[in-house]
Design a protein around this ligand. Sequence first.
Ligand SMILES: Cc1ncc(COP(=O)(O)O)c(C=O)c1O
Length: 418
Amino acid sequence: METIRRMESNVRSYSRSFPVVFERSKNSFLFDNKGKRYIDFFAGAGTLNYGHNNEMMKEKIIDYLKNDGIIHGLDMATVAKTNLLNKLENIIFKPRNLDYKVQFTGPTGTNAVEAALKLARMIKKRSNIISFTNGYHGLTMGSMSVTANAYYRDQAFIDRSDVSFLPFDGYFGKDTDTVTYIRRFLEDNSSGVEIPSAMIVETVQGEGGIHVASDEWLRGIEAICRELDILLIIDDIQVGNGRTGYFFSFEKSGVKPDIVTLSKSFAGYGLPLSVVLFKRDLDIWKPGQHTGTFRGNNLAFVSAAAALDYWKDDSFSKEIFRKGKIMEARLENIKGKYPELNAEVRGRGFVYGLAVSPAEQAKKIAKECFKNKLILELAGADNDVIKFLAPLTITDEVLTEGLNILEKSIDNVLKDSK
Ligand SMILES: Cc1ncc(COP(=O)(O)O)c(C=O)c1O
């Protein structure tokens, strides 16, 4: 840790929350350099849906390396890329009646968001984009401009004149239908909000505090987009790739986004890989108009293709829902047992949050969990939400062990504060 403190910029964050040196990992366990075992309810912020060092993917990666398979290829055609695209088409798109073109962008999520925003503006020839309260889309200039939380944004002094924020589902509480509010703003040309080229939406706001949009709300947003000729971008970077129990988080709602961004768990193994998917007729890119050196992470193509095998039938999906129910029941139980938390349980599939108040309690609980060898992260504007993103491949036994640690840690924190 001394080297990290001496050499790494102040911008580092997770090494502050988890101040040990990690060495190895397996499925839902991390091990530090002293051999201590931690349960991972964080999974690389949603990057390790298929667990750490997934055996099936590891084998494919090792074989590929042994064979001297192409590693870097810009956007050249390769066997690994072709295999991934074929599987994406056959296992994911066709059964869902989707017909998307695939754009490989730079390796990280924000690269996909940047490309999606640029494409939408090019198509509609309008500068405005609508984003939502508590939305998080990354931290390069374009994606930061559609990110709501001021902590990440305000001191960057960026130009956000091309973005309007409107209220997400539930922003004013259960009784206010924000679709009606949004519609009014967009239909009234004296509201001050310009018709945008696109709306960018997370179906479950991950960083923003596990705010879940209802299917009805998503359909309402889609209807506005269709009526007013606005593109609908679903940012599925955090809650796509199975996190909600479906491969795409929007599947349950029946919404058919024009553009989708995927990253994080898309490559399965924690390798960087991002894509933008869009309806065929939106592919107005000219060759090379949006490039980047690292659009061809072929090793990630190999693991991403392997990850898609989980989706050949619905057994994985069923398992995710089953584990989600265990998680939800336990969190509801904790909420009932500890009224002092003023808790609210949020989530669906296998992405959950426990919002507590006052917010400092969340920080204390996360710290105590770490002390008891459970790793989890906070979310929400005030870091008031304890976020649960365990690998989807976690065993029931480890899930229960982690939840026991959570409960014990809450108990300790509440006792201490009495
Ligand atoms: C919904 C969403 N979009 C975009 C991003 C940005 O991805 P990255 O950090 O890989 O740039 C994130 C990261 O947490 C995210 O949750």
